[in-house]
Design a protein around this ligand. Sequence first.
Ligand SMILES: *Cc1c(COP(=O)(O)O)cnc(C)c1O
Length: 376
Amino acid sequence: MSAAIPMLDLPRLHRPLATAFHGALDELLESGAFIGGEAVARFESELAARVGAAHAVGTSSGTDALLAGLMALGLKPGDEIATTPYTFFATAGVIHRQGAKPVFADIDPATFNVDPAALEAAITPRTVGIVPVHLFGQCADMGRILDTAARHGLWVLEDAAQAIGAQHGGRQAGTMGALGAFSFFPAKNLGALGDGGAVVTNDAALADRLRVLREHGARPRYHHALVGGNFRLDALQAAFLSAKLPALAGWEEGRRRVVARYGELLAGVRDLVLPDEMPGNRHVWNQYVVRTPRREAVVRALASAGVGHAVYYPVPLHLQECFAALGYEAGAFPESERAARETLALPIDPLLEAVDQERVAAAVRGALEDTKKGDT
Ligand SMILES: *Cc1c(COP(=O)(O)O)cnc(C)c1O
C-alpha cells in the first residue's frame, strides 16, 4: 500500500534548512548566550518588519504571548472579555487564569470566526476587551470588531496564533488591535523546532511592559515592580525561526496551490462544504477545514487510506468541563456546536504533491458519494 500522507510533513519541509539550523546551533554554542541576547533581538526585529508592527516581543509560546498580553493590558477580577467559543483552548484559558471571565459569542459558519453581531450583543458594562481569533489562517471580520471596540471603549487583543501573514482589508493579522499574539508551535505556518511565540504591537509603552513582564516583572533584575512570569523565547528557537522566516512567503504560496487543487478535486461532492477566502481577506491556510454532516464516514475512509486528518475542535469551549461554572448549556451557540460536529481538517502542507492530494480527494469522495460512477 502507498505511503501514509501526514497532515504536515515537517521533516520534508525542514530538510532544505538543515544546514542553516546546524549553523545556528553552532553559533549559539560558541556564543553561550542561550537566554535573550542577539538571536532573540534579531528575530524580534525581523518579525516586526515582516508583519509591519513597530515592536515584537518574543515569548515562550503562543499561550504565553496571550497571557503576557492580557497581563500587560491589566485585568481585574470580574472583568469580562468577549471572544469565540470555537478556538483552541488557550484563547479562553488565559482569560480565566487572569481571574477574568470569558464571555462567548457564536461564530459565522462561513468563516468559523466570531460573528461580529453576536459579539456586539455579548458586550456588557463589565466588558473590558475583545479577543478575536483568526481561525485556520483567516482574519476575523476586524472592520466590524474594531468598530464595536471603539464604540464601547474596549481594547482588542488579536489571537493571531494561526494567522501570521494573513490580511484583512490590506492590514496584517496581529497589527489591527492593541496587541497581536503569534504562536510558533511547530504546526503553525511559521513553526519553531519546539515552542515559541511573540506579541506584536505599535504601542511602545505596551511593548516595554511586555518586556518587563516576560522577566518576572523585573527591572532592573531582582527588582519587581510587577508580577510577571518566565515568558521568554529561547535564543535557540529565535535563531531557528530567523532561519525559517525567509521561507514563509514561499510556503504560503505552496499552501495556496494546495487549496486551489482541493477546490478542483473536491468540487461538487455531495454533503461537503469547502472553506472559502472572504472578500477583502488574505487567508494563509494554516488549516484546510471542510465540513460534512457525515464526518464519521470520511474519517473512516481517510484512516484506512493512510491519510492524516484532525478535528479542530471537537468540543467548543463553552461546553468544556473546566468552564462549567460559566453556566453555558448545550445549544447556547448552535453554529459553534455544529462546527464541532461537522468540521474535518485535511492535509495542508506547502509541499503536498498533486498525486498525494488526489489520494486524499479520492478517499473523501468515495466516502461521501453513494454511487460508484466516478465524477459529477
Ligand atoms: C496554537 C494556538 C494557541 C497557542 O499557541 P501555543 O504556542 O501552542 O501555546 C493559541 N490560540 C490559537 C488559536 C492557537 O491555534
